[in-house]
Design a binder for this molecule. Structure first.
Ligand SMILES: NC(=O)C1=CN([C@@H]2O[C@H](COP(=O)(O)OP(=O)(O)OC[C@H]3O[C@@H](n4cnc5c(N)ncnc54)[C@H](OP(=O)(O)O)[C@@H]3O)[C@@H](O)[C@H]2O)C=CC1
Ligand SMILES: O=C(O)C1=N[C@H](C(=O)O)C[C@H](O)C1
Length: 266
């Protein structure tokens, strides 16, 4: 049994991960974290959820539970993920990072931590999206700049980062397929008199509203025709199952940075 810690336990993904890990015959939940001051902290998780004792502590300092874990599944905020990556590396635990909105400085710190333990990070842990990333690269490779690439994503009203981590993965794949760097062609802030679209740009649009779990379109638009690649997520279980798969897969890997393509063998 792989001992797992889940961070941000009361969050949308935290709750989904608790169910997924507890239903697994290969993993055991050894503890969860929540933000300092959260009313679950100091309680048993089962009791915090209104039921019986599960013998799973809710702590605010991850050090109290990481020592008992072989894997940490982390869908929180960039600041919480940063605080955790060094600790996970010291404990030689597999750190599965689903948190999005990470900047270059965060990514540098993750690369440093990955010298000591496996880190598996992806802006989207679902099989379908990771397949879509591969398809996007192939279509971008096949179609020339007569096809304008636009990435449109939609998420629930609570999401705090844009474009989504998934949209950025798709943008990177499209740029890679075209043999260019995304930072040179990315168009993320159209507003007002923008001028005509620049040939070769990859545009991003973010929609926020309601309870949308996550929707992504990659549009290749030319004169007279359009190719649209689409993924619709309707259940956060797809991300949680992917994350648990990654935590188990990581048990046999050496230190280093990995993503879901590695885990899924795509
Ligand atoms: N890679 C993937 O497949 C997916 C990635 N995500 C990403 O996962 C992240 C979380 O998403 P979601 O679950 O919707 O967000 P939520 O806001 O619902 O959950 C985040 C949780 O983390 C808690 N938290 C914040 N700081 C800390 C801390 N220092 N220690 C412990 N817990 C902390 C929050 O507590 P509080 O609210 O009290 O501050 C909250 O309960 C986002 O970055 C999102 O984009 C989401 C789905 C799939
Ligand atoms: O915040 C979310 O909810 C999601 N975030 C991830 C992202 O930024 O792409 C993955 C998924 O789309 C849900």
């Amino acid at each position: 049994m792989v001992g797992v810690v889940i961070t941000g336990a009361s969050g949308r993904m935290g709750r989904m991960l608790i169910d997924t890990v507890r239903a697994s015959s290969k993993a055991k939940l050894v503890g969860v974290t929540e933000r300092y001051g959260h009313d679950w902290v100091g309680q048993d998780l089962g009791e915090a959820l209104g039921g019986t004792t599960w013998d799973v502590p809710v702590v605010s300092d991850p050090i109290d539970v990481v020592k008992d874990a072989q894997a940490i599944i982390d869908f929180t905020t960039p600041a919480a993920t940063m605080a955790l990556s060094e600790l996970a590396a010291q404990a030689r635990a597999v750190h599965v990072i689903g948190t999005t909105g990470l900047d270059d400085n965060h990514l540098e710190k993750i690369a440093t931590a990955a010298r000591h333990a496996p880190i598996i990070r992806a802006g989207n842990m679902s099989l379908g999206v990771n397949l879509l990333v591969q398809l996007t690269r192939k279509v971008a490779e096949a179609l020339d700049e007569d096809f304008d690439i636009e990435i449109v994503e939609a998420h629930h009203r609570h999401k705090v980062d844009a474009p989504s981590g998934t949209a950025l993965m798709l943008g990177e794949a499209a740029a890679d397929g075209r043999g260019v760097s995304l930072s040179d062609v990315s168009d993320r802030g159209r507003d007002g008199i923008t001028g005509a679209r620049r040939t070769g740009d990859i545009g991003f649009t973010a929609i926020r509203g309601g309870d949308v779990v996550g929707e992504h379109d990659v549009i290749f638009a030319a004169d007279g025709e359009r190719v649209v690649l689409r993924h619709l997520a309707t259940d956060r279980g797809i991300f949680a199952r992917g994350a648990l798969k990654a935590a188990l897969w990581g048990q046999t890997q050496g230190p280093g940075e990995y993503d879901m393509m590695d885990v899924l063998g795509l």
